[in-house]
Ligand binder design. Structure first.
Ligand code: AMP
Length: 282
């Protein structure tokens, strides 16, 4: 069974040994409770690197006090099986105190890209993400790191951080993996009851509607946002957090759809906040 280590020094010892043999290393950062979405990242990492580290860490500093840190689903045994079956070589599963010991004082904060979309309702979230990912990069020192387009703003932010802070790491973005009926796979889908699970389909339906409009030549962001919002509002259990059209690289809102575009949504289904998006180049 795959080896699990919880101390920074132990990850370093394993990775240094690999590097001394000239082996390349891929990193897949996760919060665990792994599903086929995570697995697609691990598969890609296994295909492109000699060795693969999966980090499983529910990062407390990316949750606001009113969010779901305490209830976030965890199942390390299942995660070990999935990593093992997919060909990963090491799980890094630290305790919060290993990552944030007493006296921890240094954070990575980004302007610009973190302010729109999820940054509006989760103003401290991306600072927590950048800080933990920066630490993971320094701990594992991977050649490549893998992130899902499911979290498209996060992916853009990590690419920007790597460029700005000169991390010598290639960031690989991987497509969104969906359930058979279209719902984007997410660890948070487990919060949904049967009725909410049905209602949650409105996210992927709205994404499909928006994507079809743009593919059919619609260039007015407002028209796309309105059509998607109207569809989401037709579902009684859904409450919109945002429906936005932004530049995929800068995450700045755009009025006219042209270039690299990200259309992203966040919607509450009952108490559960879900996200989905599509990217298009036009
Ligand atoms: P998380 O455990 O939610 O922090 O996610 C860890 C990584 O898996 C992130 O890079 C996510 O974007 C990616 N991921 C999560 N769900 C999916 C999905 N449905 N398809 C592709 N990647 C995903």
């Amino acid at each position: 069974m795959i080896k699990v280590v919880s101390a920074v020094k132990d990850v370093r010892a394993v990775v240094n040994e690999w590097k001394s043999q000239g082996l390349s290393v891929g990193l897949v950062p996760t919060m665990g409770y792994l599903h086929e979405g995570h697995q697609s990242l691990i598969k890609r990492a296994v295909a492109e690197n000699d060795r693969v580290v999966v980090s499983v860490f529910v990062n407390p500093i990316q949750f606001a006090p009113n969010e779901d840190l305490a209830t976030y689903p965890r199942d390390l045994e299942a995660d070990k099986k999935l990593c093992d079956a997919t060909g990963a070589n090491l799980i890094f599963h630290p305790e919060p105190a290993e990552m944030y010991p007493d006296g921890f004082s240094t954070h990575i904060n980004m302007d610009g890209l973190t302010k729109e979309l999820c940054g509006k309702t989760r103003p401290t979230h991306f600072g927590g993400v950048c800080t933990v990912v920066g630490k993971l990069f320094n701990i594992v020192k991977p050649d490549k790191a893998y992130f899902g387009q499911k979290d498209a703003q996060q992916l853009a932010i990590i690419k920007r951080m790597v460029q700005d802070l000169n991390f010598d790491i290639e960031i690989v973005g991987c497509p969104i993996i969906r359930e058979a009926d279209g719902l984007a796979k997410s660890s948070r889908n487990t919060y949904l009851n049967t009725e909410e699970r049905k209602a949650a389909l409105i996210l992927s339906k709205a994404v499909k509607l928006g994507e079809d409009m743009v593919k059919n030549g619609e260039t007015d962001s407002k028209a796309v946002i309105k059509a998607m919002s109207d569809l989401i509002c037709s579902e009684p259990l859904a409450k919109i957090d945002y429906v936005d059209v932004v530049n995929a690289l800068t995450i700045e809102p755009v009025d006219v759809i042209s270039g690299e575009i990200l259309v992203a949504i966040a919607v509450y289904i009952g108490k559960t906040r879900l996200i989905d998006n599509f990217m298009i180049s036009c």
